[in-house]
Write a protein that binds this ligand. Structure first.
Ligand SMILES: Cc1ncc(COP(=O)(O)O)c(C=O)c1O
Length: 387
């Protein structure tokens, strides 16, 4: 049979590429040609996983913890996640409401797979994390966007959401601290969103990376919520692949069945390592947060000096979403031009929704020295543009 006789599924064909990966791949091609690139595009901690976590992983291998675990995840890990949420947010959850997965990304598959029928709607902000709509749409759901703006730090307003609720609305997706804006949703906004009476899906993966104020869990405001969380960002564990979802009780069994069929269980070694992270890595996290904060302040100041628009200072995650419309309203063209001419890799805003067109996302998950060098290169690039 020819290739034409066997087309890829419409569902797979409709998936957008994750542009940040395309920037990264072009940057790597330039590096192979001998160019020296500064990476401010990827959303990944530059730190190594803390020693205590790595040691726990090694110990788990030595002790033969090499088998499938319970499909919901190790009970001890789920109990420790409950303690963590009690300590951090004062909320009471039980281990039978937690499903541990190989990263937050698979958790989204299970969650939306259990929540959405074809045509069901999920309301979310634009800009949003690039992959959130892909998960919703892959299982047949429909995204309904609320435009959020830089003037108030990209706050998601309950009134705007209310105007878009329909009988098909199955959930409202929030993400605070947010990718790509780095902003926190205020407690008032979270309470108002919870008050809309619909199920809220709260992606809390950047909790722990907060430099002013406090990240609030959606569970402080409503029980009618799913929490997505994981170890990639706070514990610098992207390569270990571990995350979890806290679900309303009626959704646990359906999600567990999806996990049993499609994924079986999360990896046993990452689960043992993550347990050590929750118990022992607080000093390591504090050190990383201190360094991120120093870089954040420096980057925001330098980008503002260079004329990028950042009306509200981002205080979470490790991103700055900066308005670059005055340089070029086409963020894809601008990001690739900066990469080719200045050797600085940044992510085009369009990756995060139509409303982020004209913006660039800068990640400060890189050393202060490299960020400083990147800012100098950008300054030279902008001089040349004006030139
Ligand atoms: C908001 C958000 N959610 C989820 C993820 C995926 O994380 P994981 O590594 O746990 O799959 C990312 C990764 O960048 C993210 O930014």
């Amino acid at each position: 049979m020819t290739g034409d006789g066997c087309p890829v599924s419409a569902r797979a064909a409709a998936i957008r590429p994750f542009l940040v990966m395309e920037v990264l791949e072009r940057a790597q091609a330039l590096e192979r040609e001998g160019r020296e690139i500064i990476h401010l595009e990827v959303g990944e901690p530059d730190f190594e996983t803390p020693e205590c976590i790595r040691e726990a992983g090694i110990r788990a291998i030595r002790e033969g913890e090499t088998r499938y675990t319970h499909s919901l995840g190790l009970l001890e890990l789920r109990e420790t996640i409950c303690e963590d949420y009690r300590r951090e947010y004062g909320v009471e959850i039980t281990p039978d409401r937690i499903l541990v997965t190989s990263g937050t990304s698979p958790a989204m598959f299970l969650l939306f797979g259990a929540l959405l029928d074809p045509g069901d709607e999920v309301v979310m902000a634009d800009p949003h994390y690039a992959c959130h709509p892909s998960f919703v749409e892959f299982v047949g759901g429909k995204c309904v966007y609320v435009l959020v703006g830089e003037a108030d730090g990209f706050q998601l307003h309950a009134g705007e959401i209310r105007a878009r609720l329909t009988p098909r609305t199955k959930g409202i997706l929030v993400n605070s601290p947010a990718n790509p804006t780095g902003n926190l949703l205020s407690a008032e906004h979270m309470a108002a969103i919870a008050g809309l009476g619909r199920c809220v899906i709260s992606d809390e993966i950047y909790h722990g990376l907060v430099y002013a104020g406090r990240a609030r869990s959606i569970l402080e405001f409503t029980e009618n919520a799913f929490v997505l969380n994981g170890f990639s960002k706070k514990y610098a564990m992207t390569g270990w692949r571990l995350g979890y979802v806290i679900a309303p009780p009626r959704f646990v069994r359906p999600m567990q069945k999806l996990q049993q069929n499609f994924l079986i269980s999360a990896g046993s070694i990452p689960q043992h390592a993550a347990l050590a992270g929750l118990r022992e890595a607080a000093p390591d996290v504090a050190r990383m947060v201190g360094l991120y904060d120093e870089r954040r302040r420096f980057m925001v100041r330098r980008l503002r000096e260079l004329g990028f628009g950042i009306p509200v200072e981002p205080t979470g995650a490790f991103y700055v979403l900066a308005n670059a419309r005055h340089i070029d309203a086409d963020s894809h063209r601008l990001a690739f031009d900066i990469l080719e001419k200045a050797g600085v890799a940044v992510t085009p805003g369009i990756d995060f929704g139509k409303n982020a067109e004209g913006y660039l996302r800068f990640s400060y998950a890189n050393s202060l020295e490299r960020i400083a060098a990147a800012m100098d290169r950008l300054a030279a690039y902008l001089r040349q543009q004006r030139g």
